[in-house]
Design a protein around this ligand. Structure first.
Ligand code: ATP
Ligand code: MG
Length: 469
């Protein structure tokens, strides 16, 4: 049998079977692969470095913007900005130029850090120069050597030379160039990188806003301080004027009875000398006595005017106080043919104060009403509440008060009564007492007559000691 010997076929190659390479070409392929791998690794580590720097930059920017927003003190703000910038871009020298108050056309040195040649206080960048216009348009950091070569004026060049090689960072608020920031002397002595430029660009935007805020805050603070001092001066001069006016009025009011006393004492002396009948001297002495009483009354009212400034602390039922005042004045009111009509819609009506002071207020108003109703009339007294106040009204049917006099009735010594009848202190004492108890007192004509309305803060009567007059 002629059997053909089987052909010695080469084994079929599968995907998993190792590729046969000649020994020499395999060594070169390995080294090529190694090279490729090293290249990739280098690229990766650079990307990694850049990424790390970005994260660090972003974190710093986040932190610093939070800090910027809370720092309103100008100098602290600049310090923080400069230290952060220098630290982040690893540089040693920086200077920031800003406008000075009232001089917006120039940027003067506001702060400088680092060693070597630094700009002086007299050197400046002009806000209208070619360099300023260029920086505003560019709106990002530029190498100082480029600006020095292309756009700087001789004055500006003198500053830039101190920061070359370096970076010039425009500070822009809205669309306005508000300052110039310069950096130089990298620790590594290598040029600034692209990520430094990016970081400074973002930070410059933040600082420009923060500087503007701090400036606004500063000028507002100054304006407030000026206003406060002007107000204090005004209050002081008003106080002095009021004191002067008051002293003149007191002197006048006391001088009148003193003059009368002196005259009648002279008359008395003469009548003693001339041995005039005793009854005449007695008459003179009665007049002297009356005038001394008048002085004593003025002094007492003045003291009350002063005491009115000190509020009481008892819980007082206003209805009780009114009742006791009306009882006290009953005989006088009857004699003047004045009928009293009471309309208490709130009773008891609790307020905080002192019974004696409130009595004085109502008595003054009741006596004024009686004096106003010379031919008799009606006095209507009401107590009610409005919101959180007790409202008391005392209305008479007298002639009312001429409108032009109403603004003056609470002034000390204002009286429209006949000479010797009123001192004009009654209502000013009332005003002082009501005000010191955080209340209000007003008068309005009613046709017929007029009404006094007093409002006092209402309480529940449980505070302090309850006092019912
Ligand atoms: N009910 C009233 N009707 C009309 N006029 C009044 C009334 N109450 C006050 N007046 C006017 O207001 C002025 C000032 O009152 P005030 O009580 O302060 O002083 P007086 O009564 O003149 O003097 P004093 O109370 O010190 O003895 C009075 O002189 C009077 O002209
Ligand atoms: Mg009076």
């Amino acid at each position: 049998m002629n059997q053909k010997a089987p052909r010695n076929k080469a084994p079929k190659r599968t995907a998993t079977s190792p590729r046969r390479v000649k020994p020499t070409s395999s060594a070169s392929a390995v080294s090529a692969l190694k090279e490729q791998l090293e290249e990739k690794l280098q690229l990766l580590s650079e990307t990694n470095r850049q990424l790390k720097r970005k994260i660090f930059d972003l974190y710093t920017i986040f932190e610093i913007s939070r800090n910027f927003n809370s720092v309103l003190d100008y100098q602290t703000l600049l310090d923080t900005f400069m230290f952060t910038s220098l630290g982040q871009v690893a540089a040693l020298k920086a200077a920031v130029f800003l406008t000075r108050e009232g001089k917006s056309e120039r940027f003067y040195l506001a702060k400088a850090k680092g060693s070597g040649a630094l700009p002086s206080a007299e050197e400046y960048f002009s806000a209208t120069s070619r360099l300023a216009a260029y920086l505003r348009r560019l709106n990002r950091p530029a190498p100082s050597e480029d600006l020095l070569r292309d756009v700087a004026s001789p004055e500006e060049a003198a500053i830039l030379e101190k920061f070359t090689p370096g970076l010039v960072v425009p500070l822009i608020y809205q669309t306005r160039l508000t300052g110039v920031f310069l950096l130089a002397d990298r620790i590594s002595q290598t040029p600034f990188r692209e990520d430094d430029v990016e970081f400074l660009s973002i930070l410059a935007n933040q600082i420009a806003v923060a500087i503007e805020n701090a400036r606004l805050y500063d000028s507002e603070r100054q304006a407030t301080a000026q206003l406060r001092s002007a107000q204090q001066q005004l209050v002081q001069s008003e106080k002095l004027a009021a004191l002067g006016e008051m002293s003149a009025k007191v002197a006048h009011e006391v001088n009148n009875p003193l003059g009368i006393i002196k005259n009648y004492l002279l008359l008395t002396r003469r009548s003693v000398d001339e041995q005039v009948p005793v009854s005449k001297s007695g008459e003179y002495l009665d007049i002297v006595g009356d005038e001394i009483d008048r002085i004593a009354r003025i002094v007492k009212q003045l003291l009350e005017l002063h005491r009115g400034g000190q509020p009481g602390t008892e819980s007082v039922d206003i209805v009780g106080v009114l009742d006791s005042v009306l009882m006290l004045a009953e005989r006088q009111l009857e004699a003047a043919h004045v009928t009293v009509h009471k309309d208490y819609r709130l009773s008891p009506a609790w307020v905080v104060g002192s019974v004696e002071s409130f009595k004085q207020v109502f008595l003054n108003i009741v006596i004024n009403a009686r004096d106003a109703m010379s031919t008799g009339g009606t006095l209507t007294v009401t107590v009610d509440r409005a919101d959180s106040s007790v409202v008391i009204t005392l209305c008479d049917t007298g002639p009312g008060i001429p409108p032009e006099q109403i603004p003056r009735i609470f002034e000390p010594f204002f009286t429209a009564k006949d000479p010797g009848k009123g001192t004009g202190l009654g209502l000013s004492v009332c005003w002082g007492i009501v005000k010191s108890h955080n209340g209000s007192i007003t008068f309005s004509n009613m046709n017929p007559g007029g009404c006094f309305e007093i409002r006092l803060p209402m309480t529940d009567g449980k505070q302090a000691r309850d006092v019912v007059a």
